[in-house]
Design a protein around this ligand. Sequence first.
Ligand code: CS2
Length: 494
Amino acid sequence: MDYYKLNSENLSQLNGEVSVPRYDRTKVKAGILHIGIGGFHRAHEAFYTDELLNKNSDTNWGICGVALLNFDQKIFQTLKDQHGLYTLIVKELDGSLTKTVIGSIVDYLFAPENPTAVIERIANPDIKIITLTITEGGYNYNEATGEFEIDNPAIQQDLKNPNSPKTVFGYLTQGLKLRKENNVSGCTIQSCDNIQGNGHVTKKMLLSYVKHAEPELVSWIESHVSFPNSMVDRITPATVPADIEALKETSGIEDAWPVVCEPFKQWVIEDDFIAGRPAWEEVGAQFVEDVVPYEKMKLSLLNAGHSVLGILGTLIGYSTIDEVVNDEAVNHFLGAYMEHEVIPTLGELKGVDLNEYKQSLLERFGNIYIKDQVDRICSESSAKIPKFILPTVQGQLQGNGVIELAAFVMAAWAIYSLGVDENGAKIQVRDAMEDVLHEKAVAAKANPKLFLEIESIFGNLSESEPFVAAYTKAYQDIKQFGVKKCIIDLNSKF
Ligand code: CS2
């Protein structure tokens, strides 16, 4: 087999089993600036945008991808070497692979190398939409107070050095300031992260920063920038070396960083784009007036479901999500959590059968070809759990509903945070709050409640008697009998 490095020159050489862009990429203008070009963006927004470029003749909506952190240098360099091209490998339910070379990222910038280029690009009149995938923790939000963490050292540094920012808030502020100074029209900032009310949160956090950094810019942003909420969905595990090798051996493509994902995808967006938008609805995105109920459903069933599987599965000793959910006892436990604790908090959702949705999630998690890593799911749990699980607990506590299963998962998380699974193997905890989690996890050995006292995660949950009682019992049971046996016992009640 001949091998071809993936780049513009070699596109015409690729064999027929791989789809390639059918549009002229040299004619596509970047109308979207995207911050955070990780796997999820490339499996989701960049995929939808590529489909649209293939379908209609509007060439104003290519993507300029921005790598913001030093850590992102590798993806920047890869995209640069490959002229923005990469292969999206969809792992179908029958194990077959659908491979598409995606061409919608037509430009790329590495912020640490040239901060001014990023600031100027945000102010460029061609850019009408700025989209973000900066992770749940990237919004600098304090769960206990609901406010922006102004004391964060990176934020303080940006306030002192406005022209060489490091955080997304520093960049957006300087870019928007330049837009205003140059009399460029407003734009849309669209979060594509898994946060309830992600548009509202983005607006609130950005304005909090701007009030400190450039107070006179606040009213311009309020009248010139829109912040639609959106719900995004597509399971995208981390790419592993075997994916790269298999692509090379089956298709002859040498792609340094392909993206793998599941076939399912969903994007529900509020139609609030102040400077226009691509016709993403032509390729399956849903535009609705109020996305809040969809977000709530997805975060509290899918993302929370992932966290439940990730934490319990890691302690038991599994390494991928399909292994965990295909364990009958854990599968039943998750189904019971969804049915008895989550669904009662969701209310009616027009056109959606929540039981069917729940069932479809269990099937998606069970796809044996995806091999989503429990390690990916558990990373940054301190930012995820307050958004995925705790709102359900609060809802249930208010209505005197069942909280036992969520309390069990929190107890398991306290034990997980000690960094050793039930077989004695080391757990690599990857979390911005790793030190605090570990310290409280150690303290919890003598008094389990101390873990719940991490206020920036749990707020005042440690004051809830019923929750603390269920959590403490679960903690002691897990220590004594192990996760699996406790799950089996709980399952007999639900
Ligand atoms: C996962 C998400 O990060 C996580 O914990 O739950 O990345 C999930 O796979 C996506 O949101 C799916 O849409």
